[in-house]
Design a protein around this ligand. Structure first.
Ligand code: NAP
Length: 497
C-alpha cells in the first residue's frame, strides 16, 4: 500500500532525503521544485517503508489505507504527477556536508527574526562544529509565521513548531526575544560581533488595495494575526454582524480566512485560536464568504491541497461563480473546480464560501465602516490580464478584507528593493543597493530574500542556499572581538534557552 502526501505538505523536502528509493518528487534540485504546490509520492515506486512518515515535520504523509474519505483526492493527485514518465536517478540527492574553514575561531552568526527561515538557517549553521547562533526576535514568542500565519485548524502544519523546538535545543543556539534590531541593538553592533548577520525578518506588512475607500477594508493578514493572538492585532475590532464577508484576492491566505469564518466555532474551540477571536466568532452572523478574484479560475492563486481541504469541509459548502469563464482545463485545479461547479446549490441556511471570478474591486463602499464592495465584471485579454467589461455592482458586506499578498519592510541601515519588497540579494548575499556588490557579512533568508511565496518548508532550501554562501565567504571575514565583549552587548537582552 503506497504512501500519499496530503494537505499539510510544507515542502521542506525532509521526506525526499529520507526516501531510500527516490520516489518523492520534485526534489530540491529539480526545476519544478520552486513552483510545486506540494511534493508527490510515486505509487508505483514507493516501497511502503514509512521512512518519509518519520521525516515529515507536519504529519503530511500517510499510507493510502489510513486516509480519511476527504483525503482520497490526494491519491489521484500524487499519482497524477507521475502520469508522464520521466527519467529519474535511482537515489535521492545527497546534500554535501557544510564545512567552515579550518583553524578559524568558532563561527558566530546573528539571525534577525525567528520564523521558519531563521530556524532552518540556524539548523544548517549548527551543523558546523562549535558554531554559535544568536537569534533576535522582536516579539515575546518565537517562530513567526509558523504560529502567527498558520490557521488554528491546521494543527498538523502548526506541528512544525515541534521541529523548531528541537532545533532550539541544540548546543550553540541562543534566542533573544523582545529584542528589536534597530531599537535595542543596531545592525552595526551585530555585525561587529558576529562573522555574519542573516536577516530572516519575513514580509512584515501587506499590500494594500489601490481603490477609493480602501482604508475602510481590513486585510486578511491582519485578520489572521488577530485570530492567532498576535499582540499587534489583539484589540482590533472586526465586524462580523453582517451575513456576508468579502475577501479580495484568492490566495491561500484568503482561503484560510474564509474557512475560519465559516467553521463551526465549536470545532475551533480545541485549537490554538486566540480566545478573543473564538468569542467573536461565536457571536458571528457571517453565513457567506465571497472570495473575489479579478482573473479567471485558471489563475487561482490558492493551491490544490487547500482547495481539496475546503471541498472536504463539513462546515460550509463551496460554490464556484466563474463569471462566465470556461472551466475546461485538464490540470488538477480546473478538474476539481469543475467538480464543485457541478454540485447542486447548497441548502438554504447552509454556510457557504463562494469563489467568484472575473470580478475587479473598484471601490470599498461605506461611511465610517465598510458596507460592501463595488465590483465590476472583467473579461480576459491576451497575456493573462483582464479589462473591465460592465457597470459596477455593489456587493453588500459587513467585513471587507483585502488579501492581495504580503510585503517586506525596509530594515534600518540596509538597502531595500522597494518594488519587490525584499533586501536586494544574490542567492542570499545582500547586495549594496547602488552598485550591486555583496555587503560583507550580510545575508538574507526567507520572504525578505525571495518575496512572499511558497510554504513554511520552502524556507529550508532557501536557508540552505544562504548558509552555503555564508560559509563560502567565511574565510574572508576578519577576527571578532573577544566573546566577552559580545556578552557585554547582550547583557540585558535576556536569552530564552
Ligand atoms: P498570493 O498567493 O500571492 O495571492 C494574492 C492574490 O491577490 C491573488 O489572487 C492576486 O490575483 C490577488 N491580487 C493581487 N493584487 C490585486 C489587486 N490589486 N486587486 C485584486 N486582486 C489582487 O498571496 P497570499 O494568499 O497572501 O499567500 C502568500 C504566500 O503564502 C503564498 O505562497 C501562499 O501559498 C502561502 N500560504 C500558504 C498557506 C498554506 O499552504 N495553507 C497558507 C497561507 C499562505 P492576481 O493573480 O490576479 O494578481
Amino acid at each position: 500500500m503506497p504512501h500519499v502526501v496530503t494537505q499539510s505538505c510544507c515542502g521542506d523536502a525532509s521526506c525526499v532525503y529520507a526516501c531510500p528509493v527516490n520516489c518523492i518528487h520534485p526534489t530540491p534540485d529539480e526545476p519544478d521544485f520552486a513552483t510545486a504546490e506540494m511534493l508527490y509520492i510515486d505509487p508505483a515506486a514507493c516501497v511502503d517503508c514509512g521512512a518519509c512518515v518519520s521525516a515529515c515535520p507536519v504529519e503530511a504523509i500517510a499510507p493510502e489505507s489510513a486516509l480519511a474519505p476527504a483525503q482520497l483526492p490526494f491519491v489521484t493527485l500524487n499519482a497524477g504527477y507521475y502520469r508522464e514518465p520521466r527519467p529519474r536517478p535511482l537515489l535521492a540527492p545527497v546534500l554535501p556536508p557544510l564545512t567552515a574553514p579550518a583553524g578559524r575561531e568558532p563561527l558566530r552568526v546573528a539571525i534577525v527574526g525567528s520564523g521558519p527561515a531563521a530556524m532552518y538557517a540556524a539548523d544548517e549553521l549548527l551543523t558546523v562544529p562549535g558554531a554559535r547562533v544568536n537569534v533576535f526576535e522582536r516579539l515575546p514568542v518565537p517562530y513567526g509565521l509558523a504560529w502567527a500565519g498558520v490557521a488554528p485548524d491546521h494543527a498538523r502544519t502548526r506541528r512544525v513548531a515541534d521541529l523548531f523546538d528541537r532545533i532550539a535545543l541544540q548546543d550553540g543556539f541562543h534566542l533573544y526575544t523582545g529584542v528589536e534590531v534597530g531599537r535595542d541593538v543596531t545592525h552595526e553592533e551585530l555585525l561587529a560581533h558576529h562573522h555574519a548577520v542573516v536577516y530572516a525578518a519575513g514580509a512584515a506588512s501587506d499590500r494594500r488595495l489601490d481603490v477609493p475607500g480602501h482604508e475602510l477594508a481590513g486585510t486578511a493578514t491582519e485578520f489572521v494575526a488577530w485570530y492567532n493572538g498576535h499582540p499587534d492585532q489583539a484589540d482590533r475590532p472586526f465586524d462580523l454582524s453582517h451575513r456576508r464577508a468579502v475577501i479580495i484576492g484568492n490566495g491561500n491566505v484568503a482561503l484560510d480566512v474564509a474557512r475560519v469564518l465559516t467553521t463551526d466555532p465549536g470545532a475551533l474551540a480545541g485549537t490554538d485560536i486566540a480566545p478573543h477571536a473564538l468569542a467573536a466568532l461565536r457571536e458571528s452572523r457571517v453565513e457567506e464568504v465571497v472570495v473575489v478574484a479579478r482573473r479567471g479560475p485558471e489563475h487561482s492563486a490558492f493551491t490544490v491541497p487547500e482547495l481539496i481541504g475546503l471541498m472536504g469541509s463539513p462546515h460550509a459548502a463551496l460554490v464556484v461563480d466563474t463569471g462566465g469563464a470556461a472551466l475546461d482545463g485538464d490540470d488538477p485545479k480546473s478538474r476539481l473546480l469543475r467538480e464543485v461547479a457541478a454540485l447542486p446549490a447548497p441548502a438554504p441556511g447552509r454556510k457557504r464560501i463562494v469563489l467568484r471570478y472575473l470580478s475587479g474591486p473598484v471601490r470599498v463602499a461605506g461611511g465610517d465602516r465598510a458596507e460592501g464592495v463595488e465590483l465590476v465584471r472583467n473579461r480576459p485579454v491576451d497575456g493573462g490580464g483582464v479589462e473591465p467589461a460592465g457597470a459596477p455592482e455593489l456587493l453588500e458586506a459587513g467585513l471587507v478584507l483585502s488579501s492581495i499578498g504580503y510585503k517586506g519592510r525596509p530594515l534600518p541601515g540596509l538597502p531595500f528593493d522597494e518594488a519587490r519588497g525584499v533586501l536586494p540579494n544574490a542567492g542570499g548575499r545582500v547586495l549594496d543597493g547602488v552598485d550591486g556588490i555583496p555587503l560583507p557579512g550580510v545575508y538574507a533568508a526567507g520572504w525578505i530574500k525571495r518575496g512572499p511565496t511558497g510554504f513554511l518548508g520552502t524556507n529550508k532550501s532557501c536557508a540552505q542556499e544562504t548558509v552555503r554562501h555564508l560559509l563560502d565567504d567565511h574565510a574572508a571575514t576578519g577576527p571578532l572581538p573577544a566573546p566577552a565583549e559580545l556578552e557585554r552587548l547582550l547583557k540585558g537582552l535576556r536569552p530564552v534557552g
